[in-house]
Design a protein around this ligand. Structure first.
Ligand SMILES: [Zn+2]
Length: 104
């Protein structure tokens, strides 16, 4: 699950856009390393870039759980579980479930 207005995703976006290679402060550097690949490319060129990147990162993590975690992927293959991504809206406390692969 991701959340709206995520500072870590925002910092990663800004670092990518400015092509700065300055180290981000503290824990953000390692977060940016894992978020970076998820939000690469031009998938978020239109609309709200931050919102789009938050969703792209959630989908990336869902995908990684489905594919790279043997215990989870077996349970998914056996249709015992489904890995579902969601985005938490801090302002209203609601969680939006991402239903499709392409939902932005
Ligand atoms: Zn965050």
């Amino acid at each position: 699950m991701g959340h709206e207005n995520c500072g870590a995703v925002k910092a990663t976006l800004e670092a990518n856009e400015e092509k700065k290679h300055n180290k981000l402060p503290g824990h953000l550097e390692s977060l940016a390393k894992s978020i970076g690949p998820a939000i690469k490319g031009d998938q978020c060129e239109k609309g709200d870039k931050l919102q789009c990147a938050v969703r792209a990162n959630v989908r990336h993590v869902v995908d990684a759980l489905n594919k790279n975690q043997p215990i989870i992927s077996k349970m998914v293959d056996d249709e015992d579980i489904v890995v579902v991504g969601g985005v938490y809206d801090i302002e209203n406390g609601k969680v939006k479930i991402l239903k499709s692969e392409t939902e932005l």
